[in-house]
Design a protein around this ligand. Sequence first.
Ligand code: NIG
Ligand code: FE
Length: 413
Amino acid sequence: MSLLIKNIKALTGIHPKGKLLLKGSELNEFPFIENAYLLTDGDRIKSFGKMEDISSENIPNDAQVIDCKGKFVLPSFCDSHTHLVFATTRESEFVDKINGFTYEQIAANGGGILNSAKKIAAADEEELIEGALKRIQEVQLQGTGAIEIKSGYGLSIEAELKMLRVIQKLKILSPLAIKSTYLGAHAIPLEFKNNRNEYIRIIIEEMMPRIADEGLADYCDVFCENGFYTPEETDKILQAGLKYNLKPKIHANQLSISGGVQAGVRNNAISVDHLENIGDAEISVLKNSNTIATMLPSAAFFLRLPYPPARKMIEENLTIALATDFNPGSSPSGRMSFVISLACIQMKMTPEEAINASTLNGAAAMELSDNLGSIAVGKKANLIVTKEISSIANIPYFFGSDCIDSVIINGKK
Ligand code: NIG
Ligand code: FE
């Protein structure tokens, strides 16, 4: 099956196939071709170029033709940080926050992550799959073509394995590219409150071997934060994970300068995520590393936290990515276009920087950028076709809406 997408107002996000991530000022590079076509072959991009250069011999007779007059085409979003497997929403905590409680206070009283864990323990795999699939279908319509999903609302051997098995099924049931992250160290379960070392032992000695045996996760995450896991505990858990081929990809510096960035970098994390609280020391550690700095502005928005200093991070030549953090506690939204709007409005990223951070660099934060995240021959045909808009800046400008006409995943509309 081939698709011929023709008369595209501008085909954007064209980076060479070998370009696997964008650093600092490169983020503002957003190569495009006006009045363009793109041809797919199966699930891949076969060729693209200017309309006047289409050669009819290369187009199969049965190719499905999509006319994109007035519309832009860009790579689909790559959302590298979500917790979209959960059993129930938590809007009562949302109201508690309006009434003055902080995220930390709610967590310390057994709410927050522990609240979600109670609900996961009682849920069966089928209902979790059904709920997560609905969310995936929703974000797919909003332009997401690749996504990372974490466990971490299990916090017991059975429940963590249950979550990871659900994610494994989602990989089969959904056409999106999915990566799976083990986040047993998301909170300390109440019954281990006075014996946290025992829970950490269970993570390392009991959960990790089972997860590795069943091949259930690609990455290992830790919530490195005051009141959750210390940097030393984070080191211990990440190093154990590496023995099972679970690469680190962690929550760092969300609520405080927690030492999480340093812990992530010294363990060669693929990414350190959140970064609402970072200073010069953290930026300089990131600068001398291969770790991607992933920002989750819709979580900062929802919890009324400061936004990461994106401009400074770009000036310091960091590799930055943007993701939604879709979860019931701090970001009940998987809408990447809203993340892009916040990045532009609150963090002063340009639309081009924000889209690159949400596509190629998001793919890099899931080690998928050889296959996804930009327009290049041979890459997966995961594409967004916009409505008729006047420029790509309309995507962040019309905050809260998507500017999306249709989404193509694996070469299929
Ligand atoms: O990334 N900060 C830790 N984990 C999630 C929130 C989880 C929750 O509140 O359910 C986050 O914000
Ligand atoms: Fe998160």
